[in-house]
Design a protein around this ligand. Structure first.
Ligand code: FRU
Length: 495
């Protein structure tokens, strides 16, 4: 039996999403069916296709009572909308169905595990969240909430742990046949930690360990954890709130953190070895991964950030989008990301230039333009002993607008700047990334969709993502050098 709240959402989205023309949406990034979207949820492979759910408020383009939107895709790039999967229609989730994940059960049903949020009034009149974990079982379209919800609540928390910040379960099946999940939580020190739980059947859960403790090192509360084995290491992804910048890392306020280490199988704790931001751009948060049937670990993130998402066109009937899905790997203690290989099938109309010599000049190259493009650049000094001062590429450009990436090899800093992208607001427009490795050869893969740019640096060792809302007729690309640069360019249209 579906509830009235769910029927209302399904009816509303079906009638109002029709008013959004496909040209108004990104071409190959998922946007909400209608209204507002934040975190990716329930990223999974089920019944022969990828399922992606998302934090969703259909009625407005602002965050409000959370539903789960739902879309499916065969290639991770072109998505088909399905009806709202979850609505806040129970007492325990009346304030919202927050983030969570999905897994297939042995009987072929799909289990969704999400954070149910209820609110209680305190003596002083203010309210406090009560966050518990709940389950819904379904067939890929309709989901029924489990009658014994919530399955994890305050009684399952170790001493001193907050019941107001206990959210975002990510579930997987271990090699030992047990189900596991990691959940973000706030301990008594006010920062964050990741709790590990296990279950024999996916319904009855018990506390295992505190997998990782923030101890006020990386921001405060750790949201949206994900945990998996990759290339012989264990990887913990999380999105810490209230981060302090360190050098050029963690500048996003609500940032992202990747911890690479080894799992101590006896204590079920992560021995941390390496730390880094997951994305070095402006708009990226709350990523979640899926293990694809062919063994790839694929990550998708919310291509927005809480500090930048309050500025938008009020005329739009949708707001926010997901990042490109990215294949992950670990090399030399670093997390590498590259666009899913399915994107290669969209490449057409190759344009290629080798060894373009640029000297104190701005140039554009014939046929090198577009707003849905995949462009690879290799940038070198013409003379290694006399390095150039600055290289820049501008895109989404016309007489009035552009977004730029500029690189200064002496500092090894790559900067994205969208100040002139058509924004009329003074929110954050620039971000700098300290590029690791050898600055004598910089490799950039720049993917433009209608409202975004994602830059994969040096084969994906670092990534910068940002949204841009520039008029679509700004299709120009130009290159600039202060000094002597030698450059290779390959560009494809993404069709
Ligand atoms: C992260 C987050 C999650 C929460 C959800 C609510 O962006 O704050 O921790 O589950 O958004 O929409």
């Amino acid at each position: 039996m579906t509830s009235q709240t769910l029927r209302d959402a399904r009816h509303y989205e079906e009638t109002s999403a029709k008013k959004i023309k496909s040209e108004e949406r990104p071409a190959f990034h998922l946007s909400p069916y209608v209204g507002w979207m934040n975190d990716p949820n329930g990223f999974s492979w089920y019944k022969g296709q990828y399922h992606l759910f998302y934090q969703y408020h259909p009625y407005k383009t602002h965050w409000d009572s959370m539903h789960w939107g739902h879309a499916v895709s065969k290639n991770l790039l072109h998505w088909e909308y399905l009806p709202t999967a979850l609505a806040p229609d129970q007492e325990y989730d009346s304030f919202g169905c927050f983030s969570g994940s999905a897994i297939e059960l042995p009987d072929g049903k799909q289990l969704l595990m999400y954070t149910a949020v209820d609110q209680v009034k305190k003596y002083d009149g203010s309210t406090q969240d009560i966050q518990t974990q709940a389950i819904a079982i379904g067939d890929g379209i309709d989901y029924v909430k489990y009658e014994k919800n919530p399955v994890l609540s305050a009684k399952d928390l170790p001493e001193g742990c907050s019941k107001a910040d206990f959210r975002d379960p990510k579930i997987w099946k271990g090699k030992d046949g047990l189900y596991y999940c990691v959940i973000g939580n706030r301990p008594a020190d006010g920062s964050g930690q990741i709790l590990l739980y296990s279950s024999e059947n996916g319904f009855d859960w018990k506390f295992v360990s505190i997998l990782a403790k923030n101890e006020n090192r990386y921001g405060k509360m750790w949201e949206c954890p994900d945990f998996f084995e990759l290339d012989g290491k264990h990887v913990l992804l999380t999105s810490p709130q209230d981060m302090l910048p360190e050098g050029l890392e963690y500048h996003n306020g609500n940032g992202t953190l990747c911890i690479i280490g080894e799992l101590d199988e006896d204590t079920h704790t992560l021995k941390e070895q390496y730390h880094q931001a997951i994305d070095y751009g402006i708009d990226f948060y709350a990523p979640q991964t899926v293990l694809a049937p062919d063994g790839r670990r694929i990550m998708i993130g919310w291509m927005q950030n809480w500090d930048t998402c309050n500025h938008r066109s009020e005329n739009s009937k949708w707001f926010a989008q997901m990042s490109l899905p990215r294949e992950l790997s670990v090399k030399n203690g670093r997390l590498y990301q590259k666009p899913v290989k399915e994107l290669d099938d969209m490449r057409e109309n190759k344009v290629e230039y080798q060894n373009v010599a640029l000297e104190d000049d701005t140039i554009s190259l014939e046929k090198l333009e577009g707003r849905k493009i995949d462009m690879e650049l290799v940038i070198r000094p013409q003379d290694e002993k006399n390095r150039y001062k600055k290289f820049a590429v501008r895109f989404a450009q016309n007489e009035q607008f552009y977004t730029a990436l500029s690189f200064r090899p002496h500092e090894s800093i790559l900067k994205i700047d969208r100040k002139f992208s058509g924004s009329r607001r003074a929110y954050i427009h620039q971000r700098r990334c300290l590029v690791n490795g050898n600055s004598d050869e910089l490799k950039l893969r720049i993917i433009l969709d209608k409202f975004s740019v994602e830059v994969f640096i040096n084969d994906g060792e670092q990534v910068m993502s940002a949204t841009i809302f520039t008029d679509q007729d700004a299709t120009g690309v130009s290159f600039f050098a202060d000094g002597k640069v030698n450059m290779d360019v390959v560009k494809y249209d993404l069709i």
